[in-house]
Design a protein around this ligand. Structure first.
Ligand code: GUN
Length: 290
């Protein structure tokens, strides 16, 4: 019933740890990931901390770079260029969103495509569109891996994606329509009138809208598989942090209709980090010619 992202991601992390140890034994240095955080957005701080901890647990060396919210764009670009040339660094990740005075697209373009473990560079996204081997952004890759490892067939199924972001909606839709996944894909977004008319046709529903309550039970076909990508902080006075995490899907209602569903937290989130580790190990292997 529940697709357990923690359990599946733990298996992937163990595979990455074995691959990182093998890399260290073969090359003499571990895979390395540079994680850049600009400013102190609380959600970003928590993601970056989790990513760095995951690296350490996997035997990947992490290079943390914290820059103040008012850092000039030229300084950020200079740091990226330095990391592009650092042979100990196999992956470069700039946590998004960036402060308003910084041109996100220019920053992403500055990352060497062979170190773009986040898969956000136009070269990576272009290769994804063409079906060529590349770094696939971590959340979309995690969603496909999660479906595969929980035995959910995508070939011949109708997948409806809600959301068209560059980070999730667009890449996951493109992955699913590749021959390898062979799904029929519909993409809905904020401009889609009567969203339920489309979501009710989904065999597999991927919801990445960024808004709690986007999908309710009446919008889901009985027996559908529901992947909830949303991570929303809602105020909750009973929690020490003052908030709790909810997805984009009304979990209790939809769980009664769906055949399988991912929880929030403990669903797609841990998969994203596992795929980041996997991409970093892959980059290190490629750099070493393994
Ligand atoms: N912000 C939200 N998701 C992501 C992600 O996967 N990578 C980065 N770098 N920033 C994000």
């Amino acid at each position: 019933m529940i697709i357990d992202g923690l359990e599946i991601s733990a298996a992937i992390r163990a595979e990455c740890a074995a691959a990182a140890a093998a890399h260290l034994a073969a090359v003499g240095t571990p895979p390395g990931l540079a994680v850049i955080l600009v400013g102190e957005n609380p959600a970003s701080v928590s993601y970056v901390t989790a990513k760095e901890r995951a690296c350490k647990e996997t035997g990947i060396r992490s290079f943390a770079l914290r820059l103040p919210a008012d850092v000039p764009q030229s300084r950020l670009l200079a740091e990226i260029r330095r990391l592009n040339g650092d042979r100990a660094v196999h992956g470069i990740l700039v946590q998004l969103p960036l402060p308003k005075h910084i041109d996100e697209s220019e920053v992403i373009r500055a990352i060497a495509p062979e170190k773009d473990v986040d898969g956000f560079h136009p070269v990576s996204l272009g290769k994804l569109l063409l079906g060529e081997d590349t770094f696939v952004s971590c959340t979309p890759a995690g969603i496909l891996e999660m479906l595969k490892r929980s035995g959910v067939e995508t070939a011949g199924r109708h997948v409806v994606v809600v959301g068209r972001s560059n980070i999730v909606g667009k890449p996951v839709a493109n992955l699913l329509l590749q021959k390898r996944a062979n799904a029929t894909v519909t993409v809905c977004h904020t401009g889609t009138p009567d969203l339920g008319r489309f979501t009710r046709q989904a065999d597999i529903l991927v919801v990445a809208a960024g808004r709690p309550g986007t999908v309710t039970a009446d919008m889901v076909k009985p027996g559908a598989v529901v992947i909830d990508v949303g991570v929303n902080r809602v105020p909750d006075a009973s929690k020490k942090s003052g908030f709790r995490l909810v997805g984009d899907v009304d979990f209790d209602g939809v769980a009664a209709v769906a055949s399988r569903i991912t929880p929030v937290p403990g669903g797609v989130g841990p998969m994203t980090i596992a795929m980041l580790l996997s991409n970093t190990v892959k980059s290190a292997r490629q750099a070493a010619g393994l």
